[in-house]
Design a protein around this ligand. Sequence first.
Ligand code: HEC
Ligand code: HEC
Ligand code: HEC
Ligand code: HEC
Ligand code: HEC
Ligand code: HEC
Ligand code: HEC
Length: 323
Amino acid sequence: MHAALFLWQLWVAQPVGNAACAPCHAGELERHARSGHGRALRPAAVADHLQGLTRAEANGTRYRYPAGNRVEITKGGQSMQAVFDWAFGSGLYGITYVGQREGRWVEHRLTYYLDSKTADFTPGHRRSPPATLEDALGVRQSVADARRCFGCHATGVQPGDDATGPDLKQMTPGVQCERCHGPGAAHVKAPTAKNVLNPGRFPARQQVLICGECHRTPPAQNASREPELDDPLSVRFQPVGLMASNCFQKSGKLSCLTCHDAHDAPQRQKAAFYDAKCVGCHEGTGSKLRRAAQCKPDCVSCHMPKSTPVPHLTFTDHRIRAY
Ligand code: HEC
Ligand code: HEC
Ligand code: HEC
Ligand code: HEC
Ligand code: HEC
Ligand code: HEC
Ligand code: HEC
């Protein structure tokens, strides 16, 4: 099973839903429910964090949010209203509205950030004053972009036709069980290890590519829009950094699963948890694997530092090295 086939599953899955897994895998279900994956996309009307969002001002444009999924915009005496159906982002970092206007997908100009509990520009959007109310509302997405957004944040999305874009009829919002384990119907009926996809059984490199389908991979793996290693923004694309580090390249064993439970939030772990992972390899007497004398506990604080490449969003540098 290679990464391309994994991607293909995105379009064929007819999810049976997480509830079907519950009777036998309660532990995974419970952990997954508190991680970002399960809530990476929600209907805007029910996204609880958005209740903290009431108003914002940017470039002389005033935004009011009278309900979970509505925005009112006032600029130079003119005003408009719009409804957004979808809230992208679990609320661990930020939430961005996406909705349809006249058949086109639009990404809202402002994002609600949880660090400050305020709305500010969406990453990648121009900060210059908008020419029209529609510009103030957001940026239109191409059909291809809209497919990609839903494809990374949801389960069971169908490509749809080239005029309207992603078909959401069978979609379950969020990165749910079957988005990583493949269609579950056959396994639920007669569970064996053979009729369900388990990324844990792949070699390390393959595992990183599976996570990298959404968390991004370095240029050689991607056909387009690849993040570049030296771009400070690439810190948000963990596989790009990890695959560039000697720990990954020279061990042949390091993967995302060495340090993360794909079902749980990484912030739940203490420094000692990560230290044990590092020391697991860096305890040999071979000169290359031995640590320097100044290496104290909390390895990641020095070797995987945090940075804030765009306002409000802090990431961990996964290019493990001596800085
Ligand atoms: C009726 C109980 C049952 C249900 C429902 C069920 N599973 Fe399982 N699952 C099992 C059993 C039993 C195994 C172990 C099979 C073995 O080792 O032969 C297993 C194994 C797995 C594995 C590991 C496979 C491996 O490589 O060892 C995954 C992943 C998995 N299940 C995912 C799911 C998902 C996702 C769902 C919901 C769509 C689900 N299961 C529903 C009983 C169930
Ligand atoms: C289908 C796309 C997709 C795949 C595949 C995927 N992720 Fe994610 N992941 C996301 C999205 C989207 C988020 C952001 C969730 C949010 O809004 O907080 C995320 C967030 C995370 C987080 C931080 C969330 C938290 O709870 O703090 C970790 C850690 C993570 N993913 C690890 C992994 C690992 C490890 C793999 C591979 C086994 C993987 N992901 C595969 C889409 C994906
Ligand atoms: C290639 C897969 C992919 C695509 C396409 C994608 N996302 Fe994400 N998104 C992720 C992953 C992975 C994360 C978690 C890691 C991170 O924050 O970068 C994430 C995080 C987020 C977050 C949490 C805040 C943040 O920026 O970290 C928001 C909001 C979000 N995405 C919105 C969107 C919207 C809106 C679109 C489409 C316009 C989109 N995403 C397209 C994979 C994707
Ligand atoms: C982001 C991707 C992702 C999502 C979403 C996800 N899993 Fe997993 N799952 C994995 C990976 C990766 C492994 C392999 C873990 C390992 O071997 O370290 C795994 C392993 C498992 C296993 C085998 C556990 C074992 O001890 O061998 C079961 C069972 C399972 N998942 C069930 C579920 C269920 C149920 C859900 C939904 C609540 C779910 N998973 C959601 C990625 C995911
Ligand atoms: C799966 C094994 C493995 C794990 C886990 C691992 N490393 Fe490594 N690491 C290696 C190998 C192998 C090298 C390369 C040694 C050489 O140059 O021959 C390396 C190299 C390094 C280097 C030198 C970097 C460079 O650019 O030359 C540092 C620093 C380092 N590791 C720190 C860490 C820290 C900190 C952790 C935990 C966050 C960690 N490693 C986890 C295997 C591992
Ligand atoms: C050597 C250990 C290690 C490995 C391997 C690793 N991570 Fe992490 N990861 C961390 C640490 C440490 C954090 C920060 C946890 C915290 O903030 O408490 C983190 C945080 C994250 C986050 C949250 C956003 C951020 O950047 O802080 C995501 C998403 C993530 N990792 C994804 C991945 C993916 C995908 C892979 C595989 C390419 C991976 N990680 C491999 C240690 C690791
Ligand atoms: C206070 C910051 C700090 C902490 C904490 C720290 N290191 Fe280091 N580490 C460094 C610096 C600085 C170097 C580079 C030393 C040099 O080049 O002489 C280094 C070098 C290394 C090297 C490469 C040695 C070589 O000769 O190439 C490894 C491996 C390493 N650290 C592993 C670890 C591990 C494992 C931990 C946690 C147990 C850790 N470090 C904690 C600062 C730190």
